[in-house]
Design a protein around this ligand. Structure first.
Ligand SMILES: [Zn+2]
Length: 114
């Protein structure tokens, strides 16, 4: 796979509900561990969100199975995974950067459709 069709492929896989495959591809590309993926947000969270990333167990949690096929949410949370790779395992990267990361993939996907 070339770098050119990497981003569109990732988005396509997520849209097809193959988010696990998409995450494996992302992890390979960025040379990080595969994050785990689970449906259902961790308990005790006050903020309502579609997804969240827990660096402690490297898990991306999504609100429900619909969100599992939402490229924006999956890619946004993957960005947090990418940024949490540092030794101290802190929640790295701002929300703004995570959104930007996700949008880059979605834009590449849209362009590939033209
Ligand atoms: Zn976030």
């Amino acid at each position: 796979m070339t770098q050119e069709n990497f981003k569109p492929t990732v988005v396509w896989l997520i849209l097809k509900g193959k988010s696990e495959e998409a995450l494996t591809l992302l992890a390979k590309n960025y040379k990080v561990n595969d994050p785990k993926l689970k449906v259902g947000l961790p308990k005790g969270r006050k903020i309502k969100a579609y997804g969240c990333y827990t660096s402690k167990n490297q898990t991306i949690s999504v609100l429900n199975s619909d969100v599992l096929a939402n490229p924006f949410v999956i890619l946004h949370e993957f960005y947090h995974h990418l940024r949490s790779k540092a030794v101290d395992k802190m929640h790295r990267g701002t929300e703004k950067n995570a959104d930007k990361f996700a949008l880059e993939f979605i834009e590449a996907y849209k362009k590939a459709l033209l």
